[in-house]
Design a protein around this ligand. Structure first.
Ligand SMILES: *Cc1c(COP(=O)(O)O)cnc(C)c1O
Ligand SMILES: [Zn+2]
Length: 402
């Protein structure tokens, strides 16, 4: 049993209502009857490691639309930890989800809910990964998907996925924030089901990242979780996961949530640093990390609350810093990520250098998307392959330079 509840006025909605925000404009949260939920972690050990392992805490009763999302590895990263100067560092590699990003966790729940509500078409605006994920789950469910992308600002791998899985792909002459405003209008007018992260069902799937971290650390809670922030849904969702495990007495604490943004798209960081109640939107967000090139994050209010309530923090990184972190992840740990994902590690390094995060802390960085999502950025950041004649001498000259 669960309700949707407005975080501002407390107004409640039922699970059969098609709503995204409250009448008052506030964001909605999904609240369960926690007193009647019993999770036996011992028993869960024998469940397949997917989002649906935790279905007692998910808002879907029927058969879900699933392609085995979740269950991503939590790598212990000692070489990277040494370079950065923390004792215990883990990377939760969400790039290893079916479409290569954590968006699958939200979409399996979101599209399952669309089917449960009898919706006929699903739609979203996207910086790329949401569209790839919606296209796949729409295909699996057998309903049409419509995606709006900001023209020229979406990484190639993501567009390829959206196209091949059969979504109707529109390239908007405008940025992500404009595309989102448009798709919201379209969904209201046409009764399409909106699957951006303003939809609280998306966040329910994504909170399982928090559950899995606890599970994988042997029911321990890390001191910190550091992750990139764009539309600010994921930081909200992961925090909710930790809070629910505490509520159910599986754990007794929550980690400090640390949100990282690119310097050119950092309204959440600005609000945290200034202590402001709400964000000031950035009208021309700019960064090579296209997944977080967002100036007006819709979940800002929830994210500011997650950061403040958990006594976490927020920091910006430059494009150069995040590319360096991308290289470190790849070359010290064998973890290939897209640029946005590397902000977590770049931000961690900065916060450790500044003494905000202590060297004794146990830290989990979430890497949100796979390297192959954005091959162009990699080609721009790395040297070209070395072209040689097809002779052993030519090869030896390169392998053993004089
Ligand atoms: C969507 C996305 C983000 C940002 O997540 P939000 O929930 O919008 O804050 C970060 N990295 C990648 C790779 C993404 O796809
Ligand atoms: Zn309200």
């Amino acid at each position: 049993m669960y309700n949707l509840e407005c975080i501002d006025c407390g107004n409640k909605y039922s699970k059969s209502d098609v709503v995204y925000t409250c009448k008052c404009g506030g964001l909605l949260d999904i609240i369960y009857d926690y007193a009647n939920i019993n999770i036996d972690m011992e028993k869960l050990k024998y469940e397949p490691p997917t989002v649906w392992k935790y279905r007692d805490l998910l808002p879907i009763t029927g058969n879900p639309v699933t392609i085995y999302e979740g269950g991503t590895p939590l790598y212990r990263c000692d070489r990277l930890a040494e370079k950065i100067g923390v004792k215990e560092l883990y990377v939760k590699h969400e790039g290893l989800n079916p479409t290569g990003s954590f968006k699958d966790r939200g979409m399996t729940v979101g599209v399952s809910k669309a089917i449960e509500l009898g919706m006929k078409t699903v739609a979203c605006a996207s910086t790329g990964n949401t569209s790839a994920s919606l296209a796949i789950y729409g295909a699996k469910a057998g309903i049409p998907a419509i995606v709006l992308l900001p023209e020229g600002k979406v990484a190639m791998g993501k567009v390829a996925q959206a196209l091949m899985h059969g979504a109707k792909v529109l390239s908007i002459r405008g940025n992500f924030d404009e595309a989102l405003a448009l798709v919201r209008t379209l969904c209201d007018q046409e009764k399409f089901y909106l699957l951006n992260s303003i939809n609280p069902y998306r966040l329910e799937g994504q909170k399982t990242i928090g559950f899995e971290i606890v599970d994988q650390l042997g029911l321990k809670v890390p001191d910190r979780v550091v992750l990139p922030v764009g539309n600010a849904g994921n930081i909200t969702a992961i925090y909710k996961g930790f809070k629910e495990f505490r509520e159910l007495k599986i754990t007794d604490t929550v980690p400090k949530m640390c949100g990282i943004q690119a310097e050119g798209a950092s309204p959440i960081v600005q609000a945290i640093k200034s202590g402001a109640e709400s964000i000031i939107p950035e009208s021309n967000p700019e960064t090579i990390a296209t997944a977080i090139r967002i100036g007006d994050p819709v979940n800002a209010k929830k994210a500011l609350n997650a950061i403040r309530e958990s006594e976490g923090t927020a920091e910006t990184v430059t494009d150069e810093e995040l590319v360096q972190a991308q290289r470190d992840l790849a070359q010290l740990e064998g973890i290939g990520v897209e640029p946005a994902s590397a902000t977590s590690v770049a931000g961690l390094r900065k916060l450790v250098e500044a003494g905000v995060i202590g060297s004794e802390e146990t830290v989990v960085c979430v890497t949100t998307g796979h390297l192959l999502k954005d091959p162009q950025e990699v080609i721009d950041a790395c040297d070209r392959p070395i072209l040689v004649d097809a002779t052993i001498e030519a090869i030896r000259d390169v392998v053993f330079p004089k």
